[in-house]
Design a protein around this ligand. Structure first.
Ligand code: ARG
Ligand code: ZN
Ligand code: CA
Length: 269
């Protein structure tokens, strides 16, 4: 691909009848703050929290824009936002996969679908999760990728957005700077967790991310494992939002390989 790729986004704001801007029915400003962070992080924008001076740090050269048109070509009253009353307070992952996504998804050939929800039950502690791409040609993709009716990412409403770009009462530290979406879109574009989801020796299929023994919480700079300093700043770790600031060149190649291989992501361009 030459130049910057821009992917249109729809955010399905799932609520329980709250007024716009209250509780789970998050404001357009909160959504906008999240899109800003996502773009700063993917573009490694100078002067933002998503900037780093690590020589392996990459500008992914992908941007995201709030869609201006809905599925039937109708102009949206709020760009990139679909408000949906799910008639319940909170959701399990099982309900989201089995009911919410298939009943609300917009054509994944045309949009990156994002759902903001409140989680409950076995999913209560989740910040978010993603569906991986399904291209078997790329090594190291989990087989969980797949159905077009569930394609996209899900993020907890209270971790969606950035408290640095506005005052959003549902958000609080340490997951209030928009990095959950950056992490989940990383998965959606084929990236694995930086520790390879296993002990030393487990692979994330990226050579310029050092091996790590386990996920890292907080921001312990200088932490070592597997004989090297852990890249706790990587968006694909579990560190605090304030800690994260890097995708590497190797992760970029993996993302671009998915973009080349994926009929769905290709058609979004
Ligand atoms: N637990 C989530 C996942 O595995 C996301 C972690 C996001 N971390 C953050 N600092 N926002 O997909
Ligand atoms: Zn993850
Ligand atoms: Ca690696």
């Amino acid at each position: 691909f030459a130049g910057i790729i821009t992917l249109p986004v729809v955010v399905h704001v799932v609520h329980n009848g709250e007024q716009i801007g209250q509780g789970r029915n998050i404001s357009a400003a909160q959504v906008a703050s999240q899109l800003e962070v996502l773009n700063e992080d993917f573009r490694r924008a100078t002067g933002t929290n998503g900037f780093n001076n690590n020589p392996v740090g990459a500008d992914i050269e992908i941007e995201f824009c709030l869609a201006s048109l809905g599925p039937n070509g109708v102009e949206l009253s709020e760009a990139g936002i679909h408000r949906y009353n799910g008639n319940k307070a909170a959701w399990t992952r099982t309900d989201i996969e089995g009911f919410l996504k298939p009943n609300t998804i917009w054509n994944p050939n045309d949009y990156l679908n994002i759902w903001t929800v409140d989680f409950e039950g076995e999913s209560e502690l989740l910040l978010g999760y993603a569906q991986f791409p399904s291209e078997s040609a790329l090594t190291g993709l989990p087989t969980s990728g797949g159905s077009a009716s569930t394609d996209g990412v899900v993020v907890r409403y209270s971790s969606f957005g950035s408290s640095e770009k506005g005052s959003f009462s549902v958000m609080s530290p340490p997951y209030n700077k928009g990095r959950t979406l950056t992490h989940e879109v990383g998965h959606w574009l084929g990236l694995r967790h930086i520790w390879g989801d296993g002990p030393c020796g487990s692979d994330d299929f990226v050579t310029d991310t050092p091996e790590a023994a386990e996920p890292t919480r907080g921001c312990p700079a200088g932490k070592t494992s597997c004989g090297s300093v852990d890249m706790v700043q990587n968006y694909m770790d579990y560190s605090d939002d304030a800690c994260m600031n890097i995708f590497t060149k190797g992760q970029k190649s993996r993302i671009l390989a998915v973009m080349e291989l994926s009929p769905r992501r290709k058609s979004l361009i």
